[in-house]
Structure formats: structure tokens, C-alpha cells
Write a protein that binds this ligand. Structure first.
Ligand SMILES: O=C(O)[C@H](O)CO
Length: 390
């Protein structure tokens, strides 16, 4: 690490979540505990981040937003509650905690039967608080319903060939014979922002069903049904007067089972989730004047290089040195300094066990890593401990 040795280093810890084990706040707190254990004089500030996927509401709450608890219908129809973050102006509503994989009862995947209706209900409920802006945090969804459930909750009516109204799920999108958008709630005057971390279009081999369907449990046959269903929804919304075809090709349209596309049809502006959340949470001001920024995520891989959160942090923190702490590093560490990351600490290099799904083990390893980093930074410790590159 080229950071000068310092007795009272000012350190900002700004990680994403470690998916499957720890929230961003838990990652940051574990690292901070280790750092302070070895150097109680360090000035450590934590800023748990998010990239638009799950953890976005938690990151906003950590930055001082208030929690609104809202009753919704879960992705497979069970009663559920969700939390929306609100600061009086901006509301953050998350797909992951309204129609997400994490909300499926007994974690049973439901690629055909799930819908985004709970996401729409949360948006509708938050309108009563008169937000100037709603951030739609996309990602981590259980469904590929193209936003049909969300539209239904917002007042759209879908009918089948017999004229029977129904709320479509992924598998029944193909039964939509007509879409009536006349009863849609008025979103005029509310700025909608879709915070998104993927660049996929709605349809095709890079689309929502083909790329993200399998992680929601879709078999190859299910993917075909979902793809055909999304095509049907697109035609019906186009017939109802929306620019459904143009929006389908926009990068990000395929986020969250097509909710990226659906959000654009509602007038949302699509933004990179990582950059947006760094701005919302005041990252630049927090990083300015620091001696070191520590970022991280569950897995560092080629997707990271295409602009995921640690790289955005590294770019924005410059000239402050940045190191990454990750669950697993699948990249050649030599290529990271060119992206602004001076050094990587990987938890998987510290243990034979799989820390990716074990929260307690991950937290313990993060604390140890915090201690390693403190020793590498402080003059006294540096002379008494060996440097510990992992
Ligand atoms: O929810 C999904 O489909 C993926 O996380 C991509 O946005």
C-alpha cells in the first residue's frame, strides 16, 4: 500500500453488501471494529453503499432517511410488509424487498407464478407522502413479469380474451388480450429515477428472461414462456399507446425482470445505481480529506470491471488511495491498480471454509482484515507485525 504510515489515519469504509452473507452496514462495521481494535486512534467513518439492487433502502436509512413500513402482497401472493426510505423529498422503493428473491416463502423459486405487484403497491402507498422524487431501486427480483404486476397495482387493468380482468404473473403475460391504462394513478410532478446496475435490453438472448430467468429458477422451457409473455405485454402496451417497442432496446430495460423497461414507460430516468447512490449518500464529501477509502463487495470478477460499485468508488475517491475487501477475488490482482484499486484483501484466501454464505465467519474474517489494514497503516504496528497481504 503506498499510503503513508499514519498514527491517526482518516479512513472511510464504503462497501457494498456481501450478497448472501452480510449487509453493507455489517461489512463496514466488522471492518471498522478490526481497524479500531488495532489502532484506537484511527478516525474511522462508515458509509454502507448500494448499487440500486438489494440494500438500497438500507443504505438510505443508514444515511438518515426515515423508514416507512408498508403492507404489500409478496411476489407469490402472500401478505408481506416492506420498508421504504423517505427523507421528506426523496423516497427509495426497492424491488428486492417488495418482489425480490429474498421474499419468496421458504425460498422456493417461482419463475412462472411471481409478480411485481408488491413493488407497485409500495410506490402507490408512498405517493400519499407527496415525495418530489421516487427512486426505483431495481435488481434482486423474483419475477420476470415485465412490470405487469406493478402496473396493475398502479391502476392498469389487464384483461384476457374473454374480457376477464386479471393480474398477470410471468407465465400468464401471454394471456393479456387488452391493456387499459386509463385508471393509472397520476405520477405527474413526481420525478422517477430507475437506479439500475445492469445494461440488458428487455428481450432476446441478452434480455431479462434469457439472462436473469435461470437465477429465478426458470428452466429453458420457462424462459421461452417468459420471453413470449414479455413480447405479448409489449404489444398490448404499444396498442394502448405507450412507446413500448422503443423503450425495450434501451440498456437497462431488462433489469429486474423487465421493471427497468416498465419504469421507463412510467417516465423514469434510468441511471447507474452505483453512481446515483454515491451521490445520494454524499460520498464525495465523506471521501474528501481521507487518507484511505476501503470499499468491497462479495465477489470481485469481470462484472466488477464493467463498472460495478468498487470501481465507481475507486474512480470517485481519486486521488485518495482505495483498497478493496472482498469475499472472493476472481480477478488478476495486477490489473486492479489500473482501475484505481491499490490492493485487494480476499476473505476466501484466509479460510478453507466457504465464507460466502456464512455470516458469522465472514464477519470474523472482516474484523481480522480490519486489523491487518490497521497494522499496514500505523508506524508502531508496522514495526511489530509482518505486513499481511492475503
Ligand atoms: O432482478 C433481476 O432480474 C436481476 O437482479 C437484474 O436486474
Amino acid at each position: 500500500m503506498s499510503t503513508n504510515l499514519l498514527t491517526t489515519p482518516r479512513i472511510l469504509i464504503a462497501p457494498d453488501k456481501f450478497k448472501g452473507s452480510l449487509t453493507a452496514a455489517q461489512v463496514a462495521d466488522s471492518l471498522a471494529a478490526g481497524l479500531l481494535q488495532d489502532n484506537p486512534l484511527a478516525q474511522v467513518h462508515t458509509l454502507p453503499l448500494a448499487d440500486g439492487g438489494d440494500g438500497s433502502v438500507a443504505a438510505a436509512l443508514g444515511a438518515g432517511f426515515q423508514a416507512l413500513t408498508i403492507p404489500i402482497t409478496g411476489p407469490t401472493g402472500d401478505p408481506a410488509t416492506t420498508t421504504v426510505a423517505f427523507d421528506g423529498t426523496t423516497a427509495v422503493v426497492e424491488v428486492a424487498t417488495t418482489a425480490g428473491l429474498q421474499m419468496l416463502p421458504a425460498a422456493r423459486l417461482a419463475p412462472r407464478e411471481s409478480s411485481s405487484v408488491g413493488f407497485g403497491q409500495a410506490i402507490r402507498a408512498v405517493l400519499a407522502h407527496r415525495p418530489a422524487r421516487i427512486v426505483l431501486a431495481l435488481g434482486g427480483s423474483a419475477t420476470t413479469d415485465g412490470g405487469a404486476g406493478m402496473f396493475s397495482a398502479l391502476g392498469a387493468v389487464f384483461a384476457d380474451r374473454a374480457g376477464q380482468a386479471f393480474v398477470p404473473t410471468g407465465a400468464t403475460l401471454g394471456q393479456i388480450a387488452e391493456a387499459d391504462l386509463t385508471g393509472l394513478v397520476d405520477l405527474g410532478g413526481v420525478e422517477l429515477i430507475a437506479a439500475n446496475d445492469v445494461q440488458n435490453p428487455l428481450l432476446g438472448r441478452h434480455g431479462a428472461a434469457a439472462v436473469y430467468g435461470p437465477q429465478k429458477g426458470a428452466s429453458p422451457d420457462d424462459v421461452k414462456v417468459l420471453e413470449a409473455g414479455l413480447g405479448c405485454l409489449l404489444r398490448r402496451l404499444w396498442e394502448a399507446g405507450w412507446p413500448a417497442e422503443e423503450a425495450a432496446g434501451v440498456p437497462g430495460a431488462g433489469a429486474a425482470g423487465g421493471l427497468g423497461w416498465a419504469a421507463m414507460l412510467l417516465g423514469a430516468r434510468m441511471v447507474s445505481g452505483a453512481g446515483f447512490f454515491l451521490d445520494l449518500l454524499g460520498f464525495d464529501a465523506h471521501a474528501a480529506g481521507c487518507d484511505l477509502v476501503i470499499t468491497g463487495e462479495g465477489k470481485l470478477d469481470t462484472q466488477t470491471l464493467s463498472g460495478k460499485l468498487p470501481l465507481v468508488v475507486a474512480r470517485r475517491a481519486n486521488p485518495v488511495p482505495v483498497i478493496a475487501v472482498v469475499g472472493h477475488n476472481a480477478l488478476d490482482t495486477d490489473q486492479l491498480p489500473a482501475h484505481g484499486i491499490e490492493k485487494v484483501y480476499a476473505l476466501s484466501a484466509m479460510t478453507d471454509q466457504d465464507s460466502a454464505t456464512d455470516a458469522r465467519l465472514s464477519a470474523a474474517l472482516l474484523r481480522q482484515t480490519g486489523q491487518h489494514i490497521a497494522r499496514a497503516l500505523t508506524p508502531d504496528a508496522h514495526t511489530t507485525h509482518t505486513a499481511d497481504a492475503l
